[in-house]
Ligand binder design. Structure first.
Ligand SMILES: Cc1cc2nc3c(=O)[nH]c(=O)nc-3n(C[C@H](O)[C@H](O)[C@H](O)COP(=O)(O)OP(=O)(O)OC[C@H]3O[C@@H](n4cnc5c(N)ncnc54)[C@H](O)[C@@H]3O)c2cc1C
Length: 401
């Protein structure tokens, strides 16, 4: 593996860093206290500037309207954008749209691309990804209740989902549903189907309140009832029964996106912690950073963030070179490892700030609340640890299933 930053990313990173600090850091307090709606007009103005600079949708191929960066290049940009809660939205590469754009680009028909991908890349609509169900374990997604049965030229979908992020205000949901319940291969039973959110029978039951946030619009995690939702068979994404294969394609790069964003958060938290350690005097002439425990927080955080970054860049390099399937071990490793680093670094940074760390004067409290989910979504820690350990032990002749 080549450890140097790819030339295109090396050129972009300083300019994007400057832009993010000048344009987005000042919006953070309004965002932290009043949510997305409070900073919409300013954020929209920043999005226009991003477009003018040619930085829009960095992960999407050029002919589709993006920058056409490789995963390894985008990783560096994603880290910069992660330094503020507003970065990925401002550059039109935030979850869940980012993964949905990628699978539409890869598996969508010409008609699906024209109807959904083009407006998504242009930032004119939002999308959501609807897989997890309240009545089935998300950690074993092959076991789900939502069914899509064929009826003439249509699919008819029935089921209940929740934690469909961003569903409130989205134009389209990519719904995972069982299409072939009898298939012996349980990973070939489900398909992905594009469902316009204005389809009859699509009912947003509620935006689930999460960690004290009511969750509206972009920040929503919706519970959705699909009641006899009828869509044409042409809304199938990819092949019938390929739902999990496509999910794998979505989640591999998706985990790189999350991990690099988390590293951006860690770097910002680390900077804030170090500034505070150097400037907050505990007694005259004795700043916080002269104390042993604080020095340990700083040293441990530096080592963990550096290790995390190298692991994620290695995973991105492997996906670019060999594909998501070949990289599944390193993807599992970074998912639980970096989520753990994120939690520890944020906790130390909050602690170093004392009461200030819990206020919305800094982005730390928002991240502390919001990013607890990192150890749960896209596969809880224990699921990734178990699948990694299983594959390692197989090499020693032990089958653990
Ligand atoms: C903020 C947030 C956003 C999300 N966004 C989306 C979205 O946009 N679309 C979507 O479809 N889903 C989304 N999800 C859902 C997410 O993917 C699921 O929460 C996740 O897959 C876990 O499923 P579950 O919540 O049903 O937990 P369960 O499957 O009930 O598991 C509960 C716990 O059991 C433990 N566990 C599970 N399996 C094992 C095992 N093998 N060994 C040991 N312990 C185990 C883990 O600690 C786990 O946390 C989101 C979740 C959150 C928190």
């Amino acid at each position: 593996m080549d450890f140097s930053i790819p030339p295109r990313a090396a050129e972009l990173v300083p300019a994007i860093r400057k832009f993010v600090e000048a344009e987005l850091f000042p919006l953070e307090r309004a965002f932290a206290t009043a949510g997305w709606n409070a900073c919409q007009p300013q954020l929209q103005a920043v999005r226009e500037k991003v477009k003018q600079r040619g930085w829009w949708a960095p992960h999407i191929e050029k002919h589709l309207g993006g920058m056409g960066l490789s995963l390894g290049e985008f990783a560096h940009i994603s880290e910069e954008l992660g330094r503020t809660p507003l970065g990925h939205v401002a550059f039109n590469c935030s979850a869940p749209d980012v993964g949905n754009m990628e699978i539409l680009a890869k598996f969508g028909t010409a008609e699906q691309k024209a109807r959904y991908l083009e407006p998504l890349v242009a930032g004119k609509i939002r999308s959501c990804f609807s897989m997890t169900e309240p009545d089935h374990p998300g950690s074993n997604p092959a076991w789900m209740g939502t069914r899509a049965r064929k009826d003439g030229e249509d699919y008819v979908i029935d089921g209940r989902k929740w934690f469909t992020s961003g569903a409130d205000g989205a134009a389209v949901a990519i719904v995972m549903a069982i299409t072939d319940p009898e298939n012996e291969n349980r990973y070939a039973r489900a398909s992905m189907i594009l469902v316009p959110t204005d389809a009859a029978g699509f009912r947003l039951v509620r935006n689930v309140s999460v960690m004290g946030e009511p969750g509206e619009g972009l920040a929503s995690h919706a519970e959705i009832e699909y009641e006899g939702v009828r869509v044409p068979r042409g809304n199938l994404l990819g092949e019938e029964g390929a739902g999990f294969a496509i999910a794998q394609e979505r989640l591999g790069p998706g985990r790189i996106h999350h991990c690099m964003r988390w590293i951006g958060i860690c770097e910002r938290a680390f900077e804030l912690m170090c500034r505070r350690a150097a400037s907050r005097e505990l007694s005259p002439g004795k700043p916080l950073g002269t104390r042993g425990p604080v020095q340990v927080w700083i040293a441990e955080s530096r080592a963990e963030i550096d290790a995390a970054r190298l692991m994620v860049l290695h995973a991105a390099w492997k996906i670019d070179a060999e594909g998501a399937f070949a990289a599944r071990d390193v993807i599992s490793t970074i998912k639980f490892f970096v989520a753990g680093v994120l939690g520890r670094v944020l906790d130390r940074a909050v602690q170093a700030h004392g009461a200030l760390g819990l206020t919305d004067d800094l982005p730390l409290a928002y991240w502390y609340r919001h990013e607890r989910a990192a150890r749960i979504y896209d596969g809880p820690d224990e699921v990734h640890q178990a699948s990694l350990a299983r594959r390692i032990l197989r090499g020693y002749g032990l089958e653990t299933r």
